[in-house]
Every structure is written in C-alpha cells, then in structure tokens.
Design a protein around this ligand. Sequence first.
Ligand code: F6R
Length: 583
Amino acid sequence: MCGIFGYVGDRNASQILMQGLKDLEYRGYDSWGIAIANNGTINVIKRKGEISKAEDLCLEGRIGIAHTRWATHGVPSDINAHPHISYDGALAIVHNGIITNFEALRERLLKEEYKFSSDTDSEVLVNLIHSKMNDVGLLEATQAALTEVEGSYAIAVLSANHDYVVLAKKESPFLIGVGNDEMFFASDIMPMLDYTKKVITLHDGDTAVLTQNSFEVFNSDSKVTRSATSVPWSKKEAELGNFAHYMQKEIHEQERTIQEALRQPAETLEAICSSLKNAERIFITAEGTSLNAGMVFDLLLSEKGYMTKCLRASELRHHKNQITQDSVVVAVSQSGETADLISALKDIKEKNPKVVSILNRVGSHVEQLSDHVIYIKAGPEIGVASTKAYTGQIAVMYLLAGNLNGSLDETRSLLLSTAEKVHNILAESESEISRIVEELKGQRDFYFIGKGINHATALEAALKLKEISYIHAEGFAGGELKHGPLALIEKGVPVVVIAPKDSTYQDIISNAHEAKTRGAAIIGVSSETHTLFDYFVKIPENHSTIYPITSVVPLQYLAYKMAVALGKNPDKPRNLAKSVTVK
Ligand code: F6R
C-alpha cells in the first residue's frame, strides 16, 4: 500500500527521503515522489516506476515529504504520483487512504476557479486546504478542510512559506519519529529506523504540527499528549544478507523467530489467559495468513472445551449480535494496521467485549484498540507473503493454550524442539521440493488437503502458492473433496496431502485415495512415505513437534521455489501490498 515518509531538520532532506522511499518499497507501489520546501518554493520530483531507477537526486532544502503510491483513484502515472501541489504551488501534500467525497469537493473547487492536473482525490484535498487559508494558519486550514472530508487519510502538508509540516490521521497508520534535533514522520517504522527508535503513534482524529525539534498533537481542537514507544527493531534485521529474496530469508529465520515468540512475560500470558478463561464466548478474527493462524487457535481452544468462533474480520460485523461484554475477541495481525480488522474492532466496540491482540509490529492501530497485547517478536517481515509471522503467531497460540491447560513448561519445550527442527526440515526436503517444482511447474492448478488442525496448513500452503507463483491453488478439509472439489481432479493434477501421523492420518490417507483413483499426482507431507505418494516431503516424527509449524515450513519453501522457477519475484507479488490499509 502507499507509503509516506517525511523529514524536518538540518540535513539535506532529499537524500534522507530517497533512502527512506527505498525502505518503503517492500510495501508495494507503482510510482513515487518527493517535495522539498526551500526559500519560498516547493520543488517536486515524481515518477511512475521503480525508485531504484531514479538518478541520484539532490534538491536543496531541509524540510520535505515523500510518497510511494499504490494506485486507487487514477492510473499509475507521473501526474497521479504524489506529492500533489495546490494549483499555485504554495502547498504540497502526500496522502494515504481514500477521500470518498472527492468528486463533489472537486466540482465545488472548480467553481471557485481551482485547477487540477491529476485524477486523484489527494490533489482535491491539497486545494481544499489551500481554499481555507484566507486568514488562518496551515494547521487551522487543514483542520477546517478535514471537517468537509469523508474517507480515510494520513496526510502531511508542506508549505513553501513555513518551516513546519502539518500531519493528520484517520484510519490510516501514521507515526512520528523523534530524532536528535530533527523529526521524521512515516506511515511505517522502516524508513525511520536509521535515525530513531523513539516513535509516537498518532490516533484517529489527530492533527499535529512538527518542527525540527518539537511536535504538538491536537484532537477535537484540544491539545493532547501522545507518549513515545521505543521500537525494538533494528535496520540490520531488515537486511537481505546472503539470501536472494526476503521470503527465503524469512523462511530460514523461523528457527530463531519461533524461539523469540516463546519469550513472553508470565504476567502477559496470565492476564490474557484469565480473560480467555472468563469469556462466555471467544471470537478469533483476522485476515489472510493471520486468519489461517487464527483457525489453529480456534481448534486448540475448542479442543479444551471453549466456545470459539473464527471469523474473517471483514465478516465479523454480520455476527455482531452474538458478541457481548462477556465475550473476548482475539485479533491476530502481523502489521496491526489491516483496515478490515481495524474496522471490525471499531464496529464491535459498542458491545464492549475484551479485545486481546496477537501482533508483530509495535505501536499499531490494533494495539490502540486492544485491552491486552501479546507480541510475537518476529522482527520486520519484509516479504509480502507472510511466513515467519505465521509460525510466530502459532507458537504464541500454543503457548497460551499450554498456559490455559497448566502445561506451559511442556508446551514451551515442545515448541523449542519444533523450532530446532526447522533447519533440518528445509535441508532434508530441498531436493524433493526441487523435483516437485521441476516436474509440476507447468500445472495450472494445485489442491491442498488437511484435516482438523492440518486444515489450516492446507489453506495457508495454498495461499502461499497462489499469491507468489500465480498458480491457481485451493485448500480444502479432506472430507470436503467428495462434496464437490473431487470433480476438479483429473490425470496429473497435483494434490498436496498434509498427513502427519496424528489422529487425522487414516482419514486424510483415505481422502488421498479418492484423489489418486481419479488420477491425481499425490504429494504427501508426512513423517513416513506411503504407496499413494508420488512425491514425499518428509517432516519429523510428530510426538516431538507441533505439526501446524513443521508441515507448513516445507510448503512455504515449495511456494517460494515455484515462484522463483516461474520467474516471479516472490517478495513483490503483482497487485498485492504488505499491509492492506484500505478496506
Ligand atoms: C499473505 C499475507 C496476507 C496477510 C493479511 C493480513 O501471505 O501476508 O494475507 O496475512 O493481509 O495482514 P496482517 O497480518 O498484517 O493483518
């Protein structure tokens, strides 16, 4: 999704901003731009295409704003790229989010003789702010303009004639980074990590004025205090090192990140478990990969007799009437900024349930909406396809379930032993995965089946494959096959069977039979091969591991290798963004 970065200080702003834009690349973008204020003018450079292709830019000036755009209103182009300037060049804006009533505002401004050169809602917004500047300052003009705006935004407004910027946030992430005699702001922590770890998260409805060494935040016209958090991430953690892609690096990092996820303060586990124990009903909600992890938690809790329901965040509102103040809603998210999740949590607020979040990023919007937060501590996840966050979420869920069960120590040892096996799983499955990729890379469809807790693995493995290799892939519960999907199976169609030797083994093998009889090529994921398997991906014996982790790791790797073999960039799948901050 779109990214914002900005600087107010003593250094050359354009150099800092260009580096920051590169740090935002991983979020996905189609165009980029920067605006620098200097001696009463604003200079703008903006382009469609990749930042890495930009020549070394050096504009004079010590205050500036920058943006990576992921097109919503208006096609990707130089003109539609941000920053946008007011018709007279006095103001510039970068904007994340969507202004839904921009057409009506545009019509009105056209009558007032404003002119527009792009198709964007953001250019309307900067001119609307300009139209309010008659007798008031930039902050008041921005606040007045925003009262007429519907939609979501994180905006930074730069003026040719002021040595400060004005920020505003509603439903789109926005952070201030407090440096040493310099200030930063960004939609994402990554570009600020080179300069500061002291970060302030703006809340919905906040506006802020940022100078080189101060910031003031306002909400509903009153000044408010927003305290700083220290971000426990370093830029080094986000370096690619010797890996070809971030996804490959993050798959291999899982041994360490699962171990990190296990380092949880006893009081955090206790507080969350006490809420879960007292809950009349537990709703688990998330999107995408985090939802698949949520399915694992759903089963872990329901095995222990808890009343649980796992729901896609965008669907939670349709079940709102079941939620009461005695419910607990567990929100799972890597970024803590997924718009569908934030909107779901706001939507159910009137029901007053306790909200427990399982998050990776510190200082997110979901954190603000939660009563308790547990962090998975996976560090920055740069690959768009989530891998280490998924296994970190599952590790934390097992830990919570173990604590609920009174078997925390045993669960922790089991998770540690699982983490230690990641390296071997990858090494031992490497050649079989290469063979699968080589022989099946021309296939149009892949199906994944699993039962019980392994159903989530089937869904997650299918999601990984489809999102980065663009091969059509679906995950099913094994028992579902004969109720429809079996019609899709014909000679040679790959069916990946998640078959650890647990209580689901016999049933899933019998589902594999059904597929094999119709000609499927069976890829078995198990600790032991079987005559049905045409390909065999070996995972360790089960009694010492957690299967939703050990079975998914080689399948993440399969997706990665398939994407690379097909010439796709696994870190930047088409049409997708790292965190989906618009609904
Ligand atoms: C898939 C993937 C997405 C995210 C989803 C939720 O690999 O990464 O499906 O899991 O967009 O994102 P978070 O976890 O940040 O809420």
